[in-house]
Design a protein around this ligand. Sequence first.
Ligand SMILES: Cc1ncc(COP(=O)(O)O)c(C=O)c1O
Length: 371
Amino acid sequence: MPLVPPYIEALRPYEAGRTADSIRRQYGLTRVAKLASNENPLGASPRAAEAIRRSLEGLNLYPNGGLDLREVLARAFEVKLENVIAGSGSEGIMSGIIRAFLCDDDEVLTTEAAFIGFQVLARSRGVKYRTVPYRDWRYDLPALAGQINAHTKIVYLANPNNPTGTIFTRQEFEEFYRHVPERVLIILDEAYFEYAKDNPQYPDSMHYRYDNVITLRTFSKVYGLAGVRIGYGFAHEELIRNLLKVKLPFEPSSPAQAAGIAALSDHEFLRHSLELNARGIEYLTSGLERIGIRVVPSQANFVMTVLPGEGEACRIFEELLAQGVVVRPLRAFGLPDCLRISTGSDEDNTLCIEAFRRSYAAIAGSSNHVR
Ligand SMILES: Cc1ncc(COP(=O)(O)O)c(C=O)c1O
């Protein structure tokens, strides 16, 4: 259609994971473990939920563009208000970055099979999108540095990375940064920051407040607020000032902002969520490995498995679905041989490993590709 630019025509709309209800109905199941979207199996932070209830009284009023949350974040992270932005999820802010900083002949550089949300946003701008392969399922930062050219405007790094769950280390990032010109904006997407922050090798981007680094974080994961859409970012005030120009004036919504503020003080919920996740990662990793499935060591709230081929990945995905376990196929990311499994409740994780064992046996029985 002549009205639609070719780079938009070429996009595929984002496909959200199936809901537990639709799987339950389709397969006539009583129990479904939804382990497809890296959500918090404990639900939402209770303090955040209570704050949303309280915010309902002001629903007739326009929100203040995230100002209250920005003030709280500025105090909590010891930066100026001018260095903080809040938005409708970290993807809302990412979308602003694409709009604010990319010109037509700029290029975006990242890893192959990067977080799908970023892939879609960057490609929708119609600029050149370049990638380098993973090395051992980790960002190959030296290779990325070598690919920066005169047109490179944005380098996108997710740490921990979705879908691999891997991190790059402080030393690797510092070495990489030395090769990045100041005219290149580095997006450090730390959606899974809380899960990795206690790893001594992990480079907390708040220690790297360089003028060309923007940090993105979210309340969607460890605080359990994915449905509310609230995220935040830190950067040099010039970057924030320009991002605020393109941000939709009234995002985030008032309930979302209230939830974010309350969630930040919910240390108890954070601790529970991290404990459950650590247990889940250990259980899923060892359980899958015992079955003979290759698992990439994860620093996030999901693990990625590498199967012998696309056919096996599809069949296991379908077999799991029929048993009430929903995982994420990674074909759309660009990794057709892989499946991603989010940690769930202890019961979900047990169901998942049992279903994997049965599915793998069923596939192995009918294929000589599976070792
Ligand atoms: C790496 C990464 N960045 C950003 C997001 C999106 O977060 P939000 O819900 O804050 O938009 C996700 C969600 O899955 C993610 O995996």
